[in-house]
Design a protein around this ligand. Structure first.
Ligand code: NAD
Ligand code: 0WE
Length: 261
């Protein structure tokens, strides 16, 4: 029997079979969870329906996290299928394209900063808050996806680094507030993976190569490896863990002088 048997999970952030959220959905399904999904826009709907089919889920709802109304609507609709739910996965990040190319100080703008923080950090609290009534009284778990660019400077990550720092602080404040109500809140800090969110990022292939050459495990990680840790963190096996950032990065974050490994 899987360690998520009897749990219901809402997965936000599938865009393609390469999405980290796709790997999380597969891992949670394998451990016995019942799943529901959201999609950002009509273009992505059929992709999300594919993973829903593959995991025996019939619940696929629209949700652009820029819209308060769409966030509210997800839980109104979810309530027609489920009387409650146990797990929320937030696997969403976005900054306007031009923010991720060039030096931070040259490209940062009020608009770019606002959008990055709104979509990549605020949406985490907004989804948790809107879904709170349906998670009350049932050992819930909430998870988000972050990146080391929150703590260290990576060329080109720019305002996304600030947004991820905000997201991690957001996660800790949510953990403190929701802990007394039986809900745990955590983050996974993943190493680089070639997903849609990595498409067109300058030198991304170089970064993957660097990870293969220098990390303790000498390889990149897969969405499914992130998924397995996500399934664990959202299960009762992790009942004592909240407010934590867990790295799934082949050990990259422990290194100094990476060029010499
Ligand atoms: P992805 O492109 O597959 O997923 C990003 C998701 O964000 C997509 O599903 C997209 O639809 C969604 N999204 C963006 N704007 C949205 C909006 N306004 N409303 C609703 N959804 C919106 O890429 P991914 O790599 O799987 O990214 C998932 C998460 O993992 C992101 O938070 C990303 O920052 C994080 N992450 C990625 C990597 C990596 O190297 N790929 C590493 C560490 C962390
Ligand atoms: O969080 C991310 C990427 C997030 C992202 C990607 C895009 C591309 C398309 C946010 N916004 C957009 N906007 C778009 O228009 N990662 C962790 C992947 C990533 O991106 C980098 C990285 C890594 C790793 C950018 C520079 C340096 C490293």
């Amino acid at each position: 029997m899987g360690f998520l048997e009897g749990k219901r999970a809402l997965i936000v952030g599938v865009a393609s079979p390469r999405s980290i959220a796709w790997g999380i959905a597969e891992a949670m399904h394998e451990q016995g969870a019942e799943l529901a999904f959201t999609y950002q826009n009509e273009k992505l709907k059929t992709r999300v329906e594919k993973i829903a089919d593959a995991t025996g889920s019939g619940i696929v709802l629209p949700c652009d996290v820029a819209s308060d109304e769409e966030i509210e609507n997800v839980f109104t609709e979810l309530g027609k299928h489920w009387d409650g739910y146990d797990i929320l996965v937030h696997s969403v990040g976005f900054a306007p394209r031009e923010q991720l190319d060039g030096d931070y100080i040259d490209v940062v703008s009020r608009e770019g900063f606002q959008v990055a923080h709104d979509i990549s950090s605020y949406s985490f609290a907004a989804l948790a808050k809107a879904g709170l009534p349906m998670m009350e009284g049932r050992d819930g778990a909430i998870l988000t996806l972050t990146y080391m660019g929150s703590e260290r400077v990576l060329k080109g990550y720019n305002v996304m680094g600030l947004a991820k720092a905000s997201l991690e602080a957001n996660m800790r404040y949510m953990a403190a507030n929701l802990g007394p109500r039986g809900i745990r809140v955590n983050a996974i800090s993943a190493g680089p993976i070639k997903t849609l969110a990595a498409a067109g990022i300058a030198d991304f292939r170089k970064m993957l190569h660097h990870v293969e050459e220098t990390t303790p495990l000498r390889r990149t990680i897969t969405p499914r490896e992130v998924g397995n840790v996500a399934a664990f963190l959202c299960s009762d096996l992790a009942s004592g863990v909240t407010g934590e950032v867990t790295f799934v990065d082949s050990g990259y974050n422990i290194l100094g002088m990476t060029g010499l490994n």
